[in-house]
Design a binder for this molecule. Structure first.
Ligand SMILES: NC(=O)c1ccc[n+]([C@@H]2O[C@H](COP(=O)([O-])OP(=O)(O)OC[C@H]3O[C@@H](n4cnc5c(N)ncnc54)[C@H](OP(=O)(O)O)[C@@H]3O)[C@@H](O)[C@H]2O)c1
Length: 189
């Protein structure tokens, strides 16, 4: 994605993931993360982030969990939804525009820092359209068996370039550059 006009900030899909590829457990369970990873463990990532574009389901889950553990401060929060709630939330801006405009709006608010994309559905749409520069995954030592997958089925094939791997305690952090939009996966043997 072009970084012209956004001060060099990147668009990053940033996730904690179980070893079997889930970002939330059954019923959107997120309790498996805090035993290994909290906002206090990633001050550098947080400091590099200027805004977040959040899917509505992620927003609702985060609201239910608020007050549990240190808050992640990734700057201005934009929530993508087709139907904003009637009751406004002063902490976030609800966006009902198209995806490209939503990414551009949130990037503009990031002040030259990174924009994080949160939510499997929203992130998959961004990946499909080639709007993501980087994927950052914290692999946690747990198998969840079921839940919300890293990406939904049918995304297609996206080539990645690994550029960093670190391990701190139980958490392995993997970073990849995204090499382009999704292509249909080849079919047949
Ligand atoms: N492990 C991690 O690090 C991590 C990080 C982030 C999220 N999560 C988890 O992931 C789960 C949520 O992911 P998800 O894939 O189910 O949902 P999501 O991507 O968070 O949200 C999907 C919702 O966003 C809205 N939306 C999506 N695309 C849109 C578009 N183009 N225009 C307008 N609105 C749009 C729709 O809301 P409306 O129905 O309101 O229109 C849609 O139902 C949660 O359990 C969350 O906790 C985990």
């Amino acid at each position: 994605m072009s970084e012209v006009g956004f001060g060099g900030g990147k668009v990053v899909v940033n996730r904690a993931m179980s070893l079997d590829g889930f970002i939330a457990g059954p019923g959107h369970a997120m309790d498996w993360i805090s035993a290994y990873l909290t906002a206090a463990d990633v001050p550098d990532v947080m400091a590099a982030t200027g805004a977040m574009l959040i899917g509505r389901r992620t927003y609702e889950v985060a609201r239910r969990m608020s007050g549990q553990g240190p808050a992640y401060d990734g700057g201005a929060q934009f929530v993508l939804t087709h139907r904003p709630p009637e009751e406004p939330d002063p902490a976030v801006t609800f966006l009902t525009c198209g995806l490209d405009e939503a990414v551009a709006t949130a990037r503009g608010a990031a002040g030259g820092k990174n924009l994080e994309i949160l939510g499997a559905d929203v992130a998959a749409q961004c990946l499909r359209r080639g709007l993501v520069d980087e994927i950052l995954v914290y692999v946690l030592p747990v198998l969840l068996g079921d839940g919300v997958r890293f990406t939904p089925p049918g995304l297609g094939r996206i080539e990645l370039e690994p550029f960093d791997t670190t391990r701190s305690g139980a958490v392995t952090t993997l970073r990849f550059r995204v090499r382009g939009p999704a292509r249909p996966a080849p079919t047949g043997p």
